[in-house]
Structures are given as structure tokens and as C-alpha cells.
Design a protein around this ligand. Sequence first.
Ligand code: ZN
Length: 285
Amino acid sequence: MAAFLAFLTLLAGVLLGTAPQEAERGVTIAIDGPAAPLASGPLPRIYGSRDPRRPLVVLDPGHGGRDPGATSPFGDRHEKDVTLAIAEAIRDALVASGKVRVALTREGDDFVGLTDRYEIARRMGAGLFISIHADAAPSNDGARGATIYTLSEVASDRQAALLAEQQNEAGRIGGAEMVEEAGVNRILIDLAQRESMDVSTEFATLLQREASPYFPFRPDYHRFASLVVLKAPDVPSILFETGYLTNAQDAAYIHSPEGQRQIALGMRSAIETHFARRTVNLASR
Ligand SMILES: [Zn+2]
């Protein structure tokens, strides 16, 4: 009877949210606190300045491992390889000037789930998350130029909706599912997400302005889509399509070391300006 009563007390405590951390008989029930981060395990290496006060940008080379991404008709090359090469070029450019710290979500040909990608940025306290991709339009080889995607539940156009569908599907191969938060937690996440989305949009505009001298953008360069990889509630995030693997001119510069260097210089200029502005904004508050 006593055991049954103790069980009832424990059960009521769990239901009411008042269960002791250390229940009788040594049973430990953790019922509060935020959900554990989806990504666990070691975090990637940080490149650049050793000063932890310097802002951190996390670069996310799209695809990898069993997810090759798009395939270029010019030389049959995979998107997953070129996204890594471009991320490395951007990292090297940023390290050379030493103003920010940099980390990559993958440094080899590895599969990383979409939520794990942004959880890495969250766990590292990144100020900016940039997912790097290369476009493909097999039925329109005239399409060229870079595009920047930011998060929106409503896609800006049919292509943007299609991209979200493809990317989110590819990321699910073995990746973790989204965990839906409830109640007050959800409201706080929504508030943080709104601010992150504003900063992401600001960065998209800045990137086009700073990088236009280095490489071409599409006329409608800023698009919106519900991309899982952009859903970190508290890290401003963009998905950057460097250009079209299906366009001869774009493919040539995307695959060439000189083209990758140009992309890196444009990106560096935008990233450094972004953080310089935010430092000034925070200081003047
Ligand atoms: Zn891609």
C-alpha cells in the first residue's frame, strides 16, 4: 500500500510538474528545462582569431556524403564538392583578414542532417549562418546568377517552393526531424525568430550590394522559402545559391579557383561589414 501511495504521489507530481528531481528509490525524472539540442557530439574547429569576443560565422557547405546535390552537366561534377570548395575559399579569405571567427558544418564528404547543421551554429553561439549551394535549372540553361534565400513560411514563387521541397526532402535522409516546441517556449522562439529573420533580410540586401562587383546576381536575387536549414530561431541565416551549374558561364566560374576566390571576396566584404555594423548598433544602444 505504501509503495502504491508513493507511486501515486510521484505520478501526481509528474502530471502537475512538481515532481522532485530525486524521487524515492533513486529514480530521477527530469521534467523541466529546455529540450536537449538535437545535435550532440564534438563541435567543428574554429578558424581565425583566438579572441572569443570576435563574431563567429558558421559556413554550411550544402549536401555531402550520400546526398550529392545537383550534378553539373559540364564535367559531371557534384554540387556537394563545389559547395565545400567555396566554403573553404570563404573561410580562407576571412581568416586572412582576421576580423571574424569561422567554422564549417562539415569539412569532408559527410552527410549532415538539416537540423544538425543549424544546431551546430546555435551551440557555437554563431552570429551568422550561411548555407552554401549551387543552383540547377536543367530545362533553362540560360538561367544564371546568384540567389539569396531567407526564411519565410510562404514561398516567394514556384521555384522557391520547389527548392524548399527538394532540399527539405534531401535533408531528411537519415537526418533528425524537427521538434515542435509548445506553449511559452514557442512564443519566445517566435519572437527570437522574427528578429533573426529581420537581420537575415538585412544581410541578404548587404550581400548583394557588397558582392555584386565580384560576381553576378539574378535580377530577383532575394527569394523566400520554408527551408529547414534556415530555421534556427536565434541565428540569422541565409541560403546562398552561388550560381547555376547548368549554365556554361556560371559553371566555369563556380568550378574555377579564381571564380571561387571572387565569390569568397564578395562574401567576406558582406560578412565583415555586417558584423562591423552590428557592433556599432549594439554599442549605441
Ligand atoms: Zn543545393
